[in-house]
Design a protein around this ligand. Sequence first.
Ligand SMILES: NC(=O)c1ccc[n+]([C@@H]2O[C@H](COP(=O)([O-])OP(=O)(O)OC[C@H]3O[C@@H](n4cnc5c(N)ncnc54)[C@H](O)[C@@H]3O)[C@@H](O)[C@H]2O)c1
Length: 456
Amino acid sequence: MTDTSADLVILGGGSGGYACAFRAAGLGLSVILIEKDKVGGTCLHRGCIPTKALLHAAEVADIAREGDQFGVKTSLEGIDMNGVNSYKDGIVAGLHKGLLGLVKANKVTLVEGEGKFVGPNTVEVGGTRYTGKNVVLATGSYAKTLPGLDIGGRIVTSDQALSLDYVPEKVVVLGGGVIGVEFASVWRSFGADVTIVEALPRLVPLEDEWASKQVERAFRKRGIKFKTGVRFSGATQTDAAVTVSLESGETFDADLLLVAVGRGPSSSGMGYEEAGVKMDRGFVLTDERLRTNLPNVFAVGDLVPGLQLAHRGFQQGIFIAEEIAGLNPKVIDEAGIPKVTYCNPEVASVGLSEAQAKEKYGSAETLVYNLAGNGKSQILKTSGGIKLIKAPDGPVVGVTMVGERVGELIGEAQLIYSWEAYPEDVAPLIHAHPTQNEAMGEAFLALAGKPLHVHG
Ligand SMILES: NC(=O)c1ccc[n+]([C@@H]2O[C@H](COP(=O)([O-])OP(=O)(O)OC[C@H]3O[C@@H](n4cnc5c(N)ncnc54)[C@H](O)[C@@H]3O)[C@@H](O)[C@H]2O)c1
């Protein structure tokens, strides 16, 4: 018979929930993990992993199309979406199997079913009550839509877009944030005619303005169309097409409309409000130690206001487990959470943008290093740049990069940021030649006043 009480009951087995479960188990705590669908949550099943598989398939398509520039005779015969989906689904299934193995190995009790928080320390699943000395609310988020815009047929969110069995000929993407630009990038590489509609004045509006300009320039070159600073006003669909109207009066006919206007917290019907959990617009409020207003009730991940990123959820989950075990972990610095948008070109950033640094410090020093000066980037025929943002007479407070695969360079930037390093501290670090990573070293040499492969 399954235990119904434990040191820790976790409602939701996504990135935040399972990370908390594994770390808590590692610390010797007994854990009950409740999941209604599949352990791994949005990130593994409907988010990070499957979308990155699609983006990789898109990159392969681009390489096939462009082999000639390396003297290799290739051509793209077409996209077999069944093949793409089975590659993507295989990756997800493999990782899911691995996670279930870890649940077992960590001796976490997995309860499969829809849970409801009935408080004070209790979650009910199908009539059975599970009680924890501590409870973690980890129910994640869902893809939002707009009032009057019903999802179905030719109007989809990322949930449906992930498993299309065809490449749309013409797509409108509503929202030029992370999900919008990633799907636009995939479909363009697969040959679709893509138009993005973004209400704010620029694509990827949460990033440094320089990054938005770089992405917009690259998208123009790739033939991805976009309308910024314009709001959507409505959409109607027939069997044959969807017509999208904007407040500017323009209309677009397409095969598909992707709605990518943000993700909302999955809290409705979970019993939180009734149990007295303090909330704001559906998000569960916590203090910086991730405690809700109820004693021994914590919340984690997309349910908590802030960046909706799996790696934030992982770290918060680990933090809560250590907090419960009395290890007094260091509070998470939200500004130090790296962000990567995996469109082509990628955007990767950590810390403050130039505008945020200016607001915080009154002024900011910046340096942009163009990847054209980096040998490996020339070999790979990739372009882009690295922008460093430094507080006046202070350390580097922000790094933003744009270019193919720059997401792989964010780890070093994250260390530099979190160590509050000065350019002179980083400049002497030797980077292997020729790597793309070397561009980071060169950018810091230039910021320290000793540029090497760039004219100061
Ligand atoms: N690579 C990654 O890390 C990754 C990938 C996918 C999603 N996510 C996360 O998932 C969450 C959801 O992603 P998202 O892209 O849906 O949200 P988002 O908030 O990044 O972007 C939504 C965009 O839609 C625009 N918008 C809203 N209403 C509009 C309207 N009426 N007309 C036109 N534009 C409108 C907003 O201005 C915004 O730019 C984000 O927090 C994101 O960070 C992360």
